[in-house]
Write a protein that binds this ligand. Structure first.
Ligand code: KIV
Length: 273
């Protein structure tokens, strides 16, 4: 494993992410939802683990991220936190737990922090959720923003297509990014927007931007772990680089196990008591 400026910190904090951004070291973030895979990511020295509400898709098989509940997110987050020593752990606030009013948002964020032991929360939206963001931050809970494609708003937009391709939407996104910084967000996810827009945002604000389908000019990158490992097969957007084809390997290994059991080749004498 190569060494980078901040590889050897014992614990990644929001301050470390800010230093990485200031000194030009890119931030590597991946999702995880369970103890075993989170442990591997932490050993590999990932900077940030996002317990994303994409758990609704990859762990539970829902079509959208909307159904996952606060209790389910806390279950995934606490499994991840038990595995992690170094990475910053950020937890998505699920749909319906922060949009209603800021008191409810604070209550949801406090539950995530108290019951899972995570380091920060993430939520989708710009100016429209400012009261929630400011109230959560005023309680001492770090907030990561999320603009561009916001999967929790799928029913408003009706599509997962690239966002901010029109000037008016790009302008609104840039303004929202500046507002999120002014509310006190420590970082910002930019999902599926033109690379030029992401570059502009990254140059205009001073907090780290983390891109997914947003080009190479953001301060860091995030992918869904199951997608980049090739565990999921159906999802193949242009921005997704697959680093492995685990689904094939798993199917092959399970096939070999089935054959071994059927042919009474497993267990052998050394594998019994
Ligand atoms: O839920 C998630 O995994 C996310 C990332 C795609 C940024 O929000």
């Amino acid at each position: 494993m190569a060494d980078y400026l901040y590889s050897n910190v014992n614990k990644v904090t929001t301050n470390i992410l800010q230093k990485m951004r200031n000194e030009g070291e890119k931030i590597a973030m991946l999702t995880a939802y369970d103890y075993s895979l989170a442990k591997l990511l932490d050993i590999a020295k990932i900077d940030v683990i996002l317990v994303g509400d994409s758990a609704a898709n990859v762990m539970a098989g829902y079509k959208t991220t909307l159904p996952i509940t606060l209790d389910e997110m806390i279950y995934h987050a606490s499994s991840v936190v038990r595995a992690v020593e170094r990475a910053l752990v950020v937890v998505d606030m699920p749909f319906g737990t922060y949009q209603g009013n800021s008191k409810e948002a604070l209550h949801s964020a406090i539950r995530i922090m108290k019951e899972s032991g995570a380091d920060a929360v993430k939520l989708e939206g710009g100016e429209e959720v400012h009261e929630s963001i400011e109230r959560i931050i005023s309680a001492g809970i770090p907030v990561m923003g999320h603009l561009g494609l916001m999967p929790q708003s799928i029913n408003k937009f009706g599509t997962y297509a690239v966002r901010a391709t029109e000037e008016a939407e790009a302008e609104k996104l840039i303004q929202d990014a500046q507002k999120l910084e002014s509310y006190g967000c420590f970082s910002l996810v930019l999902e599926k927007i033109p690379a030029e827009v992401a570059k502009q945002v990254t140059q205009m604000i001073h907090i780290p931007t983390i891109g997914i389908g947003a080009g190479q000019h953001t301060s860091g990158q995030v992918l869904v772990l199951h997608d980049m490992l090739g565990i999921t097969q159906q999802f193949s957007p242009r921005f997704l680089r697959r680093y492995h084809n685990l689904s094939e390997e798993i199917i092959r290994a399970v096939g070999t196990y089935i054959e071994d059991v059927k042919n009474i080749d497993f267990p052998n004498e050394k594998e019994q008591y």
